[in-house]
Design a protein around this ligand. Structure first.
Ligand code: ADP
Ligand code: MG
Length: 203
């Protein structure tokens, strides 16, 4: 891909309110603590997955009260998926919800976005999908209904969630837990192969 196209993407992302982090960047001193932070994990294993995630993040930025933080793109082996499923591209974002947003209203928006990006109602468990948006956390909110479990019950067991999340919120302790993302990741033992896609810290 040409450098011109990449810098245009960067420009578009910045304009859409996506914080484009250079590696090793520290939070600004005095940066204000968000009212509550939303964490969304993104995944795709159908279509032009990297591009789907780029577009989806731009849409998520429009739901954020301030600049959204986002991880690199990661490639992962499918977990608990039908045989022959293509690999996933994964990422995670953190943002501050706008006033009046609730976990339920946000989940509805995420599901509408999944549909917009071509997601069909599932017929087979974990079949390939152009876009999966999982709500990992919504501040300190906790839910246990058939529609919504918060924090996401499997997030801390999945390397494809923890690796991207560790880039943007390593010290985060999810509600009801005692270990940080960094600690969960350090002690995780799974067969999953999850690799950072090079040069995607500014996708
Ligand atoms: P998965 O993400 O586990 O591969 P799906 O995306 O197909 O599977 O599952 C979506 C279902 O999970 C939805 O019906 C949704 O209501 C439910 N759900 C429960 N908690 C959450 C959550 N925290 N984030 C996203 N979906 C959730
Ligand atoms: Mg999902």
């Amino acid at each position: 891909m040409g450098g011109g196209q990449e810098s245009r993407r960067l420009h578009d992302a910045r304009r859409a309110g996506v914080e484009v982090k250079s590696r090793g960047q520290r939070p600004r001193p005095g940066a204000r603590t968000p009212r509550s932070e939303v964490i969304v994990a993104l995944g795709s294993n159908l279509g032009d997955s990297a591009n789907v995630l780029r577009e989806a993040v731009i849409r998520l930025a429009s739901l954020s009260a301030r600049r959204l933080r986002r991880s690199s793109l990661w490639r992962s082996t499918p977990v608990d998926c039908p045989p022959g499923s293509p690999p996933f591209v994964n990422a995670a974002v953190a943002f501050e919800p706008t006033a009046g947003e609730t976990p339920e209203s946000l989940l509805a928006r995420l599901q509408a976005l999944e549909k917009e990006f071509g997601r069909r109602p599932k017929t087979i468990l974990n079949e390939p999908r152009p876009l999966d948006l999982d709500l990992i956390a919504f501040g300190s909110e906790v839910r246990a209904t058939s529609e919504l479990t918060l924090p996401h019950p499997r997030a801390h067991q999945r390397r494809f969630v923890l690796e991207p999340l560790n880039e943007i919120a390593p010290a985060l302790v999810l509600p009801g837990q005692t270990k940080s993302i960094r600690e969960w990741l350090a002690e995780l033992r799974t067969d999953e192969v999850v690799r950072r896609i090079p040069d995607t810290n500014s996708w």
